[in-house]
Write a protein that binds this ligand. Structure first.
Ligand code: GCO
Length: 477
């Protein structure tokens, strides 16, 4: 293919262009209108857990500025907007009656999207578990899945007809492994057996909630978002291939298996037998976890390079999205995470658009009838405001160009991809990194809370308007 035709890659007119956010990362108003505490409030207020001591107390103040944000969404021309509902805002304490004021906020947000012709994609859980449920055991405990089903029943009942696509979970991988094994995310626990119990209860909760969405919102689409890992072997040795397989079971098979096939990969159970006996899996759970989904959401940022570690020398733990190495990937302490060639984003993640194409093609090979959408992709860079008041972010534009092109390449090769959601609409609270990492295409000044379109926002709006990849330099003109 010539360079020219590469540069003008176009997308089908019904391809969905969106952007994504999450409640705790943008909303603020942490104690307003009856919102209860979540594990992220507790975690971020615990000294030493989040860079700079940052918290989500104010964040982007989206709770009060949502109308302005809706206007930015409209201004960009987004077809769809992916956001999450804060469980502790609508059901403080994680049990009992809904909090009307919290629910009203989401009704107003949804109505604002619908009035502007934007398709709402609502995630039920993007990590803000009510603190009371963590105090009662959190995701390692089965009852949390049952509480989640009650919450889903109530909130889908209240909002169902306004939502186009319901997503049960965002990245259960992070909830389970970063929350309960490495402890770099809330609630900050470090126990491998608990992490695997959390994996199972998240799968179960997905199935329970998925069925509730089907019953209560029969015309809505159902989805789940997974951060699937693209793991490359360090060499073509059998040991390195085995290391990749182990990681693949933990990162991918542990969720794809139950959700799409109703079973765990057999190897996953044996390779973790020294960690847990999986006695928390009850009869019927796996049949429940498998609920047909209309579209599989995939988050992709970078790749992982893995090899066997023979126990000599220092174990290598280079980082990547999903904190591959910061996570003691449960039961895989004989694996090296190798430093990958750059370039890197401000997160230190390697930039590898080919991984996007490979991942989409792998999933379409393994699950040929499963439509997909990219629910997150984007990059943090150290943006600066220029003297002209603008934010020129050519590295982000370049990242987006290459990754969206890589989505197009996968589609050209046969992958059924329905949409692309850019992470993120706004700079926001980047979990353990606080406000130090900026992923937005719209800059947020954390002193004034003023929003400014970066060049990447201008570039993305051109793409949306034409369904065609604009030249990377076009935004700066
Ligand atoms: C995740 C979350 C987002 C992050 C984004 C950048 O994938 O970790 O869904 O909340 O902010 O991915 O790390």
């Amino acid at each position: 293919m010539s360079l020219l035709s590469d540069r003008s890659r176009s997308f089908p007119s019904d391809f969905v262009w969106g952007s994504a956010t999450a409640s705790y990362q943008i909303e603020g108003a942490a104690q307003e209108d009856g919102r209860g505490p979540s594990i992220w409030d507790t975690f971020s207020h615990t000294p030493g857990k989040v860079e700079g001591g940052d918290t989500g107390d104010v964040a982007d103040d989206h709770y009060h500025r949502y109308v302005e944000d809706l206007d930015h969404i409209k201004g960009l021309g987004l077809d769809a907007y992916r956001f999450s509902i804060a469980w502790p805002r609508v059901q403080p304490g994680g049990a009992g009656a809904l909090n009307d004021k919290g629910v009203d906020f989401y009704k107003r947000l949804l109505d604002g999207l619908l009035e502007r012709g934007v398709r709402p994609v609502a995630t039920l859980y993007h990590w803000d578990l009510p603190q009371e449920l963590e105090d009662a055991g959190g995701w390692p405990v089965r009852d949390t899945a049952l509480r989640f089903a009650d919450y889903a029943t109530a909130i889908v009942g209240a909002l169902g007809d306004r939502v186009h696509t319901w997503t049960t979970f965002n990245e259960p991988y992070c909830t389970a492994y970063l929350g309960y094994a490495s402890g770099v995310h809330a609630p900050g626990r470090t126990n491998g057996a608990d992490a695997l119990a959390a994996v199972h209860h998240l799968n179960l909760a997905h199935g329970l909630a998925g069925r509730i969405v089907r019953d209560l919102a029969p015309t809505a689409e159902l989805s789940v978002t997974l951060n699937l890992a693209v793991i490359r072997p360090a060499s073509d040795s059998a040991e390195d291939a085995a290391a990749v397989r182990k990681l693949d079971n933990i990162a991918n098979g542990a969720f794809l298996g139950p959700m799409l096939e109703g079973k765990y990969p057999a190897d996953l159970l044996t390779q973790t037998a020294h960690v847990t006996d999986w006695a928390f899996v009850q009869d019927g759970d796996l049949a429940t976890a498998r609920v047909p989904i209309d579209v599989l959401g995939i988050n992709y940022y970078s790749t992982i390079l893995a090899g066997h570690w023979d126990g000599t020398g220092e174990r290598q733990q280079a980082d990547g999205h999903g904190d591959s190495a910061a996570t003691p990937w449960v039961g895989v302490d004989d694996v090296n995470f190798l430093l990958q060639p750059g370039p890197y984003t401000a997160m230190g993640w390697n930039i590898e658009p080919q991984g996007m194409t490979d991942l989409l093609l792998r999933i379409s090979r393994e699950y040929p009838d499963q439509p997909m959408m990219i629910t997150e992709n984007g990059a943090a860079f150290d943006d600066e405001v220029s003297p002209d008041g603008r934010v020129h972010d050519p590295l982000r534009v370049d990242y987006l160009y290459r990754h969206i092109d890589a989505v197009g390449a996968a589609m050209e090769a046969g992958a059924d991809v329905r949409g692309y959601f850019l992470w993120s609409l706004l700079d926001n609270f980047e979990w353990a990194y606080g406000y130090s990492k900026r992923f937005g295409i719209i800059r947020v000044d954390y002193n004034t809370l003023e929003r400014t379109w970066k060049d990447s926002a201008i570039w993305y709006s051109k793409l949306i308007a034409t369904d065609q990849l604009p030249d990377v330099t076009s935004a700066a003109e």
